[in-house]
Design a protein around this ligand. Structure first.
Ligand code: MN
Length: 193
């Protein structure tokens, strides 16, 4: 049984990157629907008490598409919404900063590569910063509800590139939406993942 996460900021706190209107639809309607549909799909089965990560791995292996899509979207959105703050620490420090420098050259080069990857996803999907078992970082491009968990990787941070995430605020300007997200992405949250 999953519940809709409570956002740790006011609905209008992330503007202008994400408006209160987008928050009301994206969190209050889209994410709420994924949570409800997931709970319906697993009700009365042994999956009822599994974690999101367990549901994603099991449904990917067994081709349980409705469970995969809804569990994936709940995990993706939970990590997306919870990484934002109106008073974000806008750059990583410590171990994560070192790993980003090693993998991408610098934080600025990482941001450029990440935004370019997000802009280049065809249709609906997600761009992720992800880590392998050794802690090596990479950028992952995923379609639909797919995510690093389904591929044995650890999810660290993500930008949603489904149109519902940005169309009210940015219309077709996905690169502008992605650029604006850096101002609200809180690396103090991501460093703990
Ligand atoms: Mn979304």
């Amino acid at each position: 049984m999953q519940t809709l996460i409570t956002l740790p900021y006011a609905p209008d706190a992330l503007a202008p990157a994400i408006s209160a209107e987008t928050i009301s639809f994206h969190h209050g309607k889209h994410l709420a629907t994924y949570v409800n549909n997931l709970n319906k799909a697993v009700a009365g089965t042994p999956m009822e008490n599994m974690s999101l990560e367990e549901l994603i791995v099991k449904s990917a292996a067994e081709g349980l598409t409705p469970v995969f899509n809804n569990a994936g979207q709940v995990l993706n959105h939970n990590m997306y919404f919870l990484q934002f703050s109106p008073k974000a620490k806008t750059a990583p420090e410590g171990v994560l900063k070192k790993a980003i420098d090693e993998a991408f050259g610098s934080f600025e080069e990482f941001k450029a590569a990440f935004a370019a990857a997000g802009a280049s996803i065809f249709g609906s999907g997600w761009v992720w910063l992800q880590a392998d078992a050794e802690g090596k970082l990479s950028i992952g491009k995923y379609s639909g509800a797919d995510n690093p968990v389904a591929h044995g990787l650890r999810p660290l941070m993500t930008f949603d590139v489904w149109e519902h995430a940005y169309y009210l605020d940015w219309q077709n300007r996905r690169p502008d939406y992605l650029a604006a997200l850096w101002q609200i992405t809180d690396w103090s949250v991501i460093e703990k993942r």
